[in-house]
Design a protein around this ligand. Structure first.
Ligand code: ZN
Length: 360
């Protein structure tokens, strides 16, 4: 690793830390949008927030063809929502695919009339029956304690208020980092770093950099954004599963092995070929991620917008997905950003010029 790699890694980490620690539960993305907007604004020619809350930056290309590539990275994170106040405690329901087993003892912020620090409490083992011990907690066993008296709590917190996990992002050994909401703030950093690379480069296509909302509850931002942008090509950025104890090679990719280029019916083979050729030409390490069905990413929504949009997927492997302790290899952020930037520069005016092997 040379010193340039190190400085760009530390640049990526500070950006990731800032974005990871900013709350943005699906449906309440205003704060994360404001942060991303600050970083995106100097990198694009126009910036626009749509009705649903997607943030779209347009960076114009050099060609008069008006060809559009939409790059989507979701900014929302899984979280919780207040369902009931009970004797001075807050009852909640998950927003998105929350792992209940990872919740006990987590620190949270209840976004009431003001931000209230709290924690997810559960009964201590001493008061559990023999039968209850060793069993995983159910949602009914968990509640949030913000330390306020019942009447004061009722003044400050209402049913429907959002709750986010509070966790600082930190560096681990060997160029790795840990924090919450790396799904998908990692990809938002990839998008920003790619746009930085593209500042000094010529690209023919108009780039619509869309930081989407409500991905975690059904790819909802990508749906409306793809309809509005009507791109010629879509590229989704997301995270995927890095190998760890208990995960088989079929369901995970090596940590630090570079961007994973998706392949399967959700993804267009010609675009995939362009990504692979670009990675090989520029000696960017990459892996293949086989997705036999729903990729569970914004690529799924983009592909079937308008009359169909050729779509690709670049994923960064992370561990412990959908827990507050996700981990990533920072160099994979760099490599994914380079792959995205270089591929955008390679988009030809006529996509049919990229025929697959054996095709005319
Ligand atoms: Zn997710």
């Amino acid at each position: 690793m040379n010193s340039d790699d190190k400085s760009s890694e530390s640049d990526s980490f500070s950006l990731l830390k800032e974005l990871s620690e900013t709350p943005g539960v699906s449906g309440q993305e205003d704060r994360i949008r404001a942060r991303v907007s600050d970083h995106l604004a100097p990198l694009v020619d126009e910036l626009h927030t749509d009705t649903l809350g997607n943030l779209t930056g347009l960076k114009r290309g050099s060609s008069s063809s008006g060809k559009r590539v939409m790059v989507a990275a979701h900014m929302d994170e899984i979280g919780l929502i207040v369902t009931r106040l009970e004797k001075g405690f807050v009852r909640f329901a998950p927003v998105g695919g929350v792992d209940l087993g990872a919740l006990p003892a987590q620190e949270v912020t209840v976004h009431g009339r003001s931000d209230l620090p709290g924690l997810i409490a559960s009964r201590p083992p001493h008061v559990l029956s023999q039968e209850e011990r060793g069993k995983p907690f159910a949602q009914a066993d968990l509640f949030i304690d913000v330390g306020l008296a019942e009447d004061r709590l009722a003044e400050l917190v209402s049913v429907g208020d959002f709750i986010s996990v509070r966790r600082s992002a930190d560096r681990l050994g060997n160029g790795q980092a840990t924090g919450k909401a790396f799904d998908n703030r990692v990809s938002v950093v990839v998008l920003l770093q790619a746009l930085r690379i593209l500042q000094g480069r010529s690209h023919a296509w108009d780039i619509f950099a869309v930081v989407t909302v409500q991905e975690e509850i059904g790819l909802r931002g990508a749906k409306t954004a793809a309809f509005q942008v009507a791109p010629d090509v879509g590229i989704a950025l997301d995270v995927t599963y890095a190998e760890q104890p208990g995960a088989t090679p079929e369901e995970s990719l090596a940590m630090g092995s570079g961007p994973a280029i998706g392949l399967g019916p959700n993804l267009h083979p010609v675009l995939r070929k362009l990504l692979v050729e670009t990675a090989e030409r520029d000696e960017i390490p990459y892996t293949n991620e086989v997705l036999p069905g729903n990729s569970g990413t914004d690529a799924w929504a983009m592909q079937v917008s308008q009359s169909g949009i050729p779509t690709a997927l670049i994923s960064v492997p992370i561990r412990n997905m959908h827990t507050p302790a996700e981990t990533v290899a920072l160099k994979d952020i760099e490599r994914s950003a380079r792959l995205l930037a270089e591929t955008i520069c390679e988009l030809p005016d006529d996509l049919t010029a990229l025929a697959l092997d054996g095709e005319a």
